[in-house]
Design a protein around this ligand. Sequence first.
Ligand code: GLA
Length: 388
Amino acid sequence: MAAKQNARTLLCALLFVGELLLAGSLSSQGMRGTIRKESFGKTASGAQIDLYTLSNKKGMEVAITDFGATVVALKVPDRAGKAADVVLGFDTLEGYENGTAYFGATVGRYGNRIGGGQFAIDGNTYTLPKNNGNNTLHGGVVGFNKRVWKAQEIASKDGESVEMSYLSADGEEGFPGDLSVKVVFTLPADRNELKINYTATTDKDTVLNLTNHSYFNLAGEGNGDILDHLLTLHAKKLTQVDKTLIPTGELRDVADTPMDFTSATAIGKRINENYEQLVFGKGYDHNWVIASGGGKGLTLTLAAEAYDPKSGRKLDVLTTEPGVQFYSGNFLDGSAKGKGNKAYGQRAAFCLETQHFPDSPNHPNFPSTLLKPNSVFHSRTAFRFSVK
Ligand code: GLA
């Protein structure tokens, strides 16, 4: 009798251990997302371009190409669990090669504008191509967004990662120093977030300002404008600009102006007001000064929150950078046909470009964008999605 009892106990114990092992192996399988590599075609000059699609088990998928280290698609669920692609872009590589709006791209060597297309380091003046009136915008005529990057799938402890690297040669677009840049895109297995980690080194003193230029519409790309989206910017000041969108040097309080997004406000509520800064930008196209001064070291700080009340999708933008360029898609005019041949009209999306301030090399009072040999540049940004 006792022997039978013991055998039964042993059997139960074995079954229990078996179940634990099974659960363990299933959950470690469940932990992992997937990464798929496919051809995205060839550039006009014949370079092979690929598309890497990362997905997790929480319903998020992000596609990134080595052309411009560009985010091509980003699918996240709405409050009913239905996924939509929330970034503007093109179906084909050709769209990105010919495009002028920087959809989803990694922008560099210097994101946003450098006034008069020049700056000096230690008394040496560097002259850049002017591609925006009298100014240089987003790294010049052929910025990082138009370069072919080297892609590599890399091991990551919390999800799937693809690393993009690019060597920007000394003198490219007028900038000094061989600059080696790495951008790692990670989709964590356990949450709907795109993490972007930047590192760079140089062999001569140089300046750099790297950002990602994704255009978001939380209702889904091509689904109308973003004027009803609610936006919060954790910033009390912005860098005041002149009519060519070059900072005057003044950090202006946003209180009592249409630039105040310290509490959630519809993007469209004040966008057409006759306020000089809005007139200059044809809407919002300004750098807000993140109240905390940016993350300390590698610690992220919450810079911005955007929410689409209809779909329930919410985007939190976290960064180590001191500024964020909120651009309300003012220059989109429907002329470029996007995914599914959709025309993206004015304000069909918004950008939250985490960055150092525009024209910093010409403003000693701004946080420095100088990078010296023997030091490593680090910057991190996370686009975190949820539903409300
Ligand atoms: C940034 C600039 C804008 C515009 C867009 C891309 O946001 O500040 O003026 O160039 O990029 O079109």
